[in-house]
Design a protein around this ligand. Structure first.
Ligand SMILES: *[C@@H]1O[C@H](CO)[C@@H](O)[C@H](O)[C@H]1NC(C)=O
Ligand SMILES: *[C@@H]1O[C@H](CO)[C@@H](O)[C@H](O)[C@H]1NC(C)=O
Ligand SMILES: *[C@@H]1O[C@H](CO)[C@@H](O)[C@H](O)[C@H]1NC(C)=O
Ligand SMILES: *[C@@H]1O[C@H](CO)[C@@H](O)[C@H](O)[C@H]1NC(C)=O
Ligand SMILES: *[C@@H]1O[C@H](CO)[C@@H](O)[C@H](O)[C@H]1NC(C)=O
Length: 409
């Protein structure tokens, strides 16, 4: 069986556009939704629809308790937020004792999985249709200012807790830093935050996505090659990035051509090839072109800043019309963040480079712990799927939650 496997993952997307031969026998997990996957592995699952202050309808998935335990209200809610072009599903297909949400549900937490606006589970709006370019006029800025506050309020309301724990991967960390600096009152609703592959400053990104930066001001280029509203990159762009990525990758040609790890990098030792069909089946999960352009702007500026309507070429790169200067690149004020944060970074992360993460650590004024993953080839998406994610990362995360839990009660 042949099919076009066009897949872009996490942050700026990983992946090549090519004929993908599905060699292994058909994997049924490919077609399962997040709640179906959760139930398949023996856990209880709930879905909640939350409306944001600007009318987007988001789906929250919940695993209220573990396989052999019951729910009671003393369970502390843990909110887990995926990265770019992902969904809640990315967290739940490696199985019990491997997927972070299952582990947390089994040891006594009430686990909630976010879905950012525009992804498979969050494509509704009270008045806008997804065919309307206005629906897609957002970036991680709006996800931080509107999505996270709505979801956090919902969770605290349902559970009766005053605070929760927040765990983010990649863009899931960016959204948090935006929220906590733009809406600082939400600092009081989060007891502790874990950043996996933290993305705020991106000036040292090693990924081939850098090669898009010179085209930032070109409305025609962006709308034709990346997509006018929704991020739907042209085949040619994916092939181009793939070629560049293959040169950067020091792995054998076969992996490079067959793999999707063109943009986020590849770590042969930690990646479980059995998961490949599932990964291809759940991504790309949808986002806006503006989100991608926003990151590209920050690669160029080296700053963690609001979207800048680039006007020097006379046209607004997102809307195509002649420019106003609304939202022109003001830096996020990280000193407003008061939540204690653990930053976990990896040497081989092409997107959250150690240099950028250390800069973030210096700029944050809250209590920060900086932890390097003790495996030199660990990369961006290993934080979600690595074979040894438990030993290398999650064990540390769990100990930190326990420590902060005792301060909560
Ligand atoms: C998961 O870990 C628990 C406790 O460590 C063990 O009892 C159980 O057999 C493990 N389950 C799987 C599927 O590995
Ligand atoms: C509530 O659940 C927690 C975590 O599973 C457990 O430790 C505790 O004993 C339970 N409390 C009650 C009152 O059942
Ligand atoms: C919390 O729940 C109550 C009762 O269901 C509802 O009236 C209120 O609007 C909710 N608040 C938020 C912030 O969702
Ligand atoms: C950033 O926030 C801090 C803390 O609220 C404030 O003292 C400082 O003036 C702000 N900086 C800017 C540039 O707005
Ligand atoms: C790889 O994934 C498969 C399917 O989920 C699983 O059965 C297997 O245990 C995984 N291998 C490792 C080393 O994690």
């Amino acid at each position: 069986m042949k099919r076009i496997a066009f897949t872009i993952l996490t942050f700026l997307g990983t992946v090549s556009m090519k004929e993908h031969k599905v060699v292994s026998s058909y994997n049924t997990d490919v077609d399962l939704t997040t709640p179906q996957l959760i139930r398949k592995y023996g856990y209880p699952s709930e879905s909640h629809t939350v409306e944001t202050s600007d009318g987007y309808l988001l789906t929250l998935h919940r695993i209220p308790h573990g396989r052999t335990s019951e729910y009671n209200s003393s369970r502390i809610p843990v909110f887990i937020q995926h990265g770019l072009l992902s969904t809640s599903a990315t967290w739940v297909f490696t199985g019990p004792n491997k997927s972070l949400p299952y582990i947390l549900a089994d040891i006594g937490y009430d686990v909630w999985l976010g879905n950012a606006r525009g992804n498979t589970y969050s494509r509704g709006h009270v008045s806008l249709n997804i065919d309307d370019p206005k629906f897609w006029d957002f970036s991680f800025h709006e996800m931080g200012v509107h999505d996270l506050p709505a979801e956090i309020d919902w969770i605290l309301n349902v559970t009766g807790h005053k605070k929760l724990f927040y765990i983010g991967h990649s863009m899931g960390t960016t959204m948090f830093y935006v929220m906590a600096s733009m809406r600082p009152e939400y600092n009081d609703k989060v007891q502790f935050m874990v950043s996996l592959a933290p993305v705020a400053f991106v000036g040292h990104v090693k990924s081939p996505i850098r090669i898009l930066v010179p085209f930032l001001k070109d409305f025609e280029f962006i709308s034709y090659y990346l997509g006018k509203g929704e991020f739907l990159p042209h085949n040619k762009i994916i092939q181009w990035l793939a070629r560049y990525g293959c040169e950067l990758m020091t792995t054998e040609q076969k992996i490079c051509e067959d793999s999707m790890f063109v943009i986020a990098g590849f770590d042969k030792e930690q990646f479980n090839m059995t998961l490949l069909p599932e990964i291809l089946g759940h991504a790309p999960a949808g986002t806006s072109t503006k989100t991608v352009v926003h990151y590209a702007e920050e690669i160029k500026s080296g700053k963690f800043q609001q979207f800048d309507n680039i006007c020097s070429s006379g046209r607004n790169v997102i809307k195509g019309n002649y420019c106003d200067r609304v939202g022109s690149g003001q830096e996020y004020n990280l000193t407003k963040i008061t939540v204690p944060i653990d930053l976990h970074y990896a040497d081989n992360d092409w997107l959250a480079s150690p240099v950028d993460v250390k800069q973030l650590a210096r700029k944050l004024k809250s209590k920060v712990e900086l932890t390097r993953v003790p495996f030199s080839k660990f990369n961006h998406i290993d934080f979600v799927w690595a074979k040894d994610a438990y030993k290398l990362v999650y064990e540390n995360v769990i100990n930190a939650l326990k420590k902060h839990e005792s301060r909560l009660t």
